[in-house]
Design a protein around this ligand. Structure first.
Ligand SMILES: Cc1cc2nc3c(=O)[nH]c(=O)nc-3n(C[C@H](O)[C@H](O)[C@H](O)COP(=O)(O)O)c2cc1C
Length: 198
């Protein structure tokens, strides 16, 4: 439990708008221009940290969190919200891993940058959900990400099911939006290690 003095030092968590049915039904299936525009691409990299573990268990959407110092390239230029792009998990240097070759490829991702108003978090986090089925965890492994576009603002929810439904839409919107030549080419960007093997 944080003391009053500690709480006073925390940056203020802004109020997030409440999600509504009107918002859900009006959501576009594809977002952003046909060519990524400034401030994108935004390059992120860092060791994967453990969040509260609710993403996988409660939402069916495990997320890989980046440490505070790794999120400055995006938190300094972009607002909170849900983003899309590509991400790659790198195997540890000692070669000991349960990951397989397919796991370390570059995969599409969705990222939540924010305060998780539904869970009332007190710190800003960047949580990446990679659209790939991993058979094991990869906490502590390095992850590289290229953020290419913005999907929607961060919202507050009255139910977990509504948040899950919106995350499912986010995944589809990300895949549709990445399925354009000027986005697809970032899969082979030099920010990723395309030669690594297990
Ligand atoms: C694509 C995506 C969209 C999200 N959108 C929201 C949102 O609008 N509001 C919110 O409170 N949390 C949102 N979240 C964050 C989840 O609440 C968060 O991933 C969950 O709390 C798990 O965090 P944990 O791993 O730290 O436990 C989103 C997460 C993802 C991956």
């Amino acid at each position: 439990m944080a003391t009053a003095a500690e709480l006073a030092e925390l940056p203020e968590r802004p109020e997030a708008p409440r999600q509504t049915t009107e918002f859900r039904i009006s959501r576009p299936q594809i977002v952003g221009p046909d060519v990524p525009e400034s401030p994108f691409p935004i390059l992120l990299a860092g060791p994967v940290q453990q969040g509260f573990g609710r993403g996988g268990k409660e939402l069916g959407c495990p997320t890989a969190n980046l440490p505070d110092e790794s999120i400055t390239p995006i938190s300094s230029v972009a607002k909170t919200g849900v983003y899309y792009g590509y991400a790659q998990v790198l195997p540890p240097k000692d070669g000991k891993t349960e990951l397989c070759q397919d796991d370390i490829r570059v995969h599409p991702m969705v990222m939540s940058l924010g305060w998780n108003p539904f869970y009332k978090n007190k710190v800003l986090t960047a949580e990446i959900h990679i659209l790939h089925e991993f058979k094991s965890d990869f906490y502590g492994y390095n992850m590289n990400a290229v953020v290419l576009g913005y999907i929607r603002p961060e919202l507050d929810y009255t139910s977990r099911e509504a948040l899950i439904d919106d995350i499912e839409i986010d995944k589809r919107v990300a895949l549709n939006s990445l399925n354009r030549p000027e986005y697809e080419k970032y899969r082979t960007n030099s920010h990723f290690d395309l030669t690594c093997t297990i």
